[in-house]
Ligand binder design. Sequence first.
Ligand SMILES: [Cu+2]
Length: 136
Amino acid sequence: MPIRLLAVTCLMAATAACGGGYGSSSPTAPSSSIPSNAVTITIVRQNGSQSFSPNPATAGGELVVFRNADSVVHRVRLNDGTIDTGDIAPGATSRAMTMPDQGTHYHCAIHPDMIGAVSARGGPPPPCTGIYCNDD
Ligand SMILES: [Cu+2]
């Protein structure tokens, strides 16, 4: 009898563990879906205009993915609001998105001091306007 009781207890524990598994689903695409021609911008850490590498990235009109190399969640949004990556978990990479031909400016929707720019091919980024711009 004691042996059977032990088996039942283990089964219940296993079921409880399964029920507590993965929580909310992530909007971040799996790494295997990243196009090989995409430019990767790495999210380094929360550090103003040094948060992203490279910054600026020469990627006007090109596919870009954001790879989160930091230990906290970040969320990249173009300053004009046209692209939002959704939450990017630590270690994850965003879906690929096409940057505007003329370049653009972006920031982290969670940490607004994190700012970055995409430059047009062969040229500088467009002027930055609004609150998500570097003052120096
Ligand atoms: Cu952030």
